[in-house]
Design a binder for this molecule. Structure first.
Ligand code: G
Ligand code: G
Ligand code: MN
Ligand code: NA
Length: 250
């Protein structure tokens, strides 16, 4: 209940902020886009992680106004970036409940004049577990607009493989637990290599997240995973620092 009160106040008082983490192409060494990441800056508690408050926002329905704000705020920011840069936005399963998400996305793209093909929506498997027609039809509609569907935290869920073709995803983000297995030994590297091959053979955009070391980056590019995101290349930054990140490649 306390977190619920904090969330309501945070929304009113504008304590929510979006950070943007850069994504790079390891072959061209160029910036390709940013993932929007939500933060709650509490005046006394400091920064609260979304892992703490997103579940509460989902349970209470507050994810609706917050999710709408995230979309609008991030698309507005991205509309000011160079045209070749993409924006990735995380969607919560709860945002599919009402059935109006495709319309909200369409409206937001129009309002912010952001081209649909610059937007990627990241969805975790949790959503797909409830394979209702409602979710399916909304995903199809979003895809039809030209927005890319990306499966987030790939490899950690229960049945991601069947979802890949059932929902015609455009890309996968390999969960950082696999990336962090580079150099550790054992089966993880083989698994990581297999996931990359799988994604490539299905013509998916394959992105590795949580890249923290040069060794991990070398392994990824050597195994044809060229899209990367992680602390090695760039931390999530507030909106007003995005220009500095745009100004330099890696
Ligand atoms: O950025 P950080 O590592 O603290 O994010 C923790 C978790 O919160 C991740 O699973 C991430 O996907 C999720 N998250 C971050 N920003 C958003 C957002 O804008 N919307 C939703 N639904 N989840 C987010
Ligand atoms: O679940 P999702 O992929 O949306 O989560 C993104 C989260 O991962 C963000 O909260 C971000 O802060 C975090 N993150 C980004 N880069 C790295 C990294 O290199 N290492 C780790 N451990 N976390 C990262
Ligand atoms: Mn994500
Ligand atoms: Na992820």
């Amino acid at each position: 209940l306390e977190m619920q009160a904090i969330l309501r106040k945070a929304f009113r008082e504008k304590w929510f902020v979006l950070y943007f983490q850069p994504q790079y192409d390891l072959v061209t060494r160029r910036l390709t886009g940013f993932e929007a990441l939500l933060r709650l800056k509490h005046p006394e508690r400091g920064v609260v992680s979304p892992t703490e408050f997103i579940p509460v926002a989902e349970e209470t329905g507050l994810i609706e106004p917050i999710g709408e704000w995230i979309l609008k705020e991030s698309c507005r920011a991205a509309s000011l970036w160079p045209e070749h840069l993409t924006l990735a936005v995380n969607l919560s399963p709860a945002q599919f409940k009402k059935g109006n998400l495709p319309r909200l996305i369409a409206k937001t793209l129009k309002q912010t004049a952001l081209k649909a093909d610059r937007l990627e929506v990241e969805i975790t498997e949790g959503l797909l577990l409830e394979t209702s027609n409602r979710v399916l039809s909304q995903l199809r509609e979003i895809k039809k607009m030209g927005v890319a569907l990306i499966m987030d935290d790939f490899g950690t869920g229960y049945s991601s493989l069947s979802y890949l073709w059932r929902f015609s995803f455009d890309g996968i983000k390999i969960d950082r637990s696999f990336v962090h297995g580079v150099g550790v030994g054992g089966q993880v590297e083989k698994l990581l290599r297999s996931i990359i091959r799988l994604g490539i053979s299905l013509d998916l955009k394959v992105t590795a997240e949580g890249v923290e070391s040069a060794q991990q980056a070398h392994f990824l590019v050597a195994n044809d995973c060229r899209n990367v995101q992680g602390f090695l290349f760039g931390w999530p930054v507030p909106k007003d620092e995005v220009a500095t990140v745009i100004a330099k490649d890696i």
